[in-house]
Design a protein around this ligand. Structure first.
Ligand code: SAM
Length: 273
């Protein structure tokens, strides 16, 4: 993946608020990175855009200028009024003052298919990803800034040490496309880790092939709960060794060796048993 932000662009600031560590606030300060996010997002007329965690508006206002409307979800009450005031004369900014983990994206979307974007708070990025996954019927795509290490886990394939529950759960329903890396100096305060922007494109429900998502989740969770165990042992509560074999999976394999489609096939065969 290319690393951007090698040369510092002009600092982006729409208003100043001291960053809060407990809310994972690392504000983007590199105009070149913001421009690149806009470039990969490529908003088209009629798109319904929703940003998670607008912060001081580094991504918000460039999107608003270009697109004319945007909904943002922000938890920090101190940012709500400054965001609203800064939007005057730029475009139609709808602010949802809420914890994103409490947002029902299906309801928020209504009849639209929304496009999500955000430099996510890294302290809760995995819960946000799982929450959005549950509500991704109305989501057309997502462009998220995350810790690079998380993006690598999301996109990892079988046979890799970092292939795990997150990789399988996401890849079962989305195309996961890492786009570019972003170094710490592009944020204020700089995070301790490198970051990366990833695109997630949910597949249509019919294309996913998962018959029972609760069973699928349980199988994947148990399979990876003790990575060193063979599947015969790790999945003892879910199925027999014979059922694994019938699904085309070796009982002495470990979860990290099993492709996503094999987990889907196994869960589908167990569905209704
Ligand atoms: N988009 C801004 C930027 O790029 O400069 C800020 C990104 S900062 C990494 C994460 C943002 O998410 C902050 O504005 C923070 O207040 C917000 N946030 C943190 N936890 C949240 C939650 N549970 N629900 C909604 N927003 C949250």
């Amino acid at each position: 993946m290319p690393t951007l932000g090698q040369t510092r662009g002009i600092a982006v600031s729409h208003f100043k608020a001291p960053p809060k560590k407990n809310l994972g606030q690392h504000f983007l300060t590199d105009a070149g990175i913001v421009e690149h996010i806009l470039h990969v997002l490529d908003p088209k007329p009629g798109d319904v855009l929703v940003e998670i965690g607008p912060g001081q508006g580094a991504i918000t206002f460039p999107i608003l200028k270009r697109h004319g409307s945007l909904t943002v979800i922000e938890f920090d009450r101190d940012l709500i009024t400054p965001l609203s005031e800064a939007a005057h004369g730029i475009g139609e900014l709808t602010i949802v003052h809420k914890d994103v983990l409490q947002v029902d994206f299906d309801r928020l979307a209504g009849d639209n298919r929304i496009r999500l974007v955000g430099n996510l708070p890294y302290n809760i990025s995995t819960p946000i990803l799982f929450h959005v996954l549950e509500h991704c019927r109305q989501v057309r795509d997502m462009h998220f800034m995350l810790q690079k290490e998380v993006v690598e886990r999301m996109a990892a394939g079988p046979g890799s040490k970092i292939y795990g529950r997150l990789s399988v759960m996401l890849q079962a329903v989305c195309d996961v496309i890492p786009l570019f890396d972003v170094p710490p100096h592009c944020f204020n305060p700089p995070p301790k880790v490198n970051s990366a922007v990833v695109r997630l494109v949910p597949r249509e429900a019919g294309e996913r092939g998962i018959r029972d998502s609760i069973r699928f989740e349980a199988v994947v969770r148990d399979a990876f709960s003790q990575r060193r165990k063979t599947l015969r042992n790790a999945l003892a509560k879910q199925c027999t060794a014979q059922q694994l074999e019938d699904a085309g999976i070796r009982p002495d394999a470990r979860a990290e060796q099993v492709p996503v489609e094999d987990f889907i096939r196994l869960a589908n065969r167990l569905h209704g048993d």
